[in-house]
Unconditional design. Structure first.
Length: 134
């Protein structure tokens, strides 16, 4: 089961929150229909490569639930993916990841705990994120 399968077409921004920092990306349709880039992507107000962002986004939304058990965890989330929808859709979808043990994070979608994901999957998303913004 996919954890956060939000279409990039529905978003105006994406924030990835890590223990070290918050990464904010702006997303808008490219008005230049001749362009190979379907979107204009910004990071901290600076335009970044659209295809590189789309490759990263594919990794981020490919996180899958590997265990549907839910524990009562009191720890603060380690990572958060915040999908902010376009104004015509409204709202956001916040996915929080709380360390459950050495190999898994428990995830919550908009505050509701739904299961666990492998730590290696989250580590891969963060590695790709760091490559994207280098």
């Amino acid at each position: 089961t996919w954890v956060c399968l939000n279409s990039i077409d529905d978003l105006k921004s994406l924030s990835i929150v890590t223990p070290e920092k918050t990464y904010d990306f702006g997303i808008e349709a490219n008005p230049d229909e001749e362009s190979d880039d379907k979107y204009i992507i910004t990071y901290n107000g600076t335009k970044i490569d659209c295809q590189s962002f789309q490759d990263f986004y594919q990794v981020a939304i490919s996180v899958t639930c590997s265990d549907f058990t839910v524990d009562n965890l009191s720890a603060k989330e380690s990572y958060s993916f915040i999908f902010n929808f376009k104004d015509e859709i409204g709202g956001q979808n916040r996915i929080d990841f709380v360390k459950a043990n050495d190999t898994r994070y428990q995830y919550k979608s908009d505050g509701v705990a739904l299961g666990k994901v492998n730590s290696s999957t989250i580590n891969k998303v963060i590695t790709e994120l760091e490559k994207l913004v280098k």
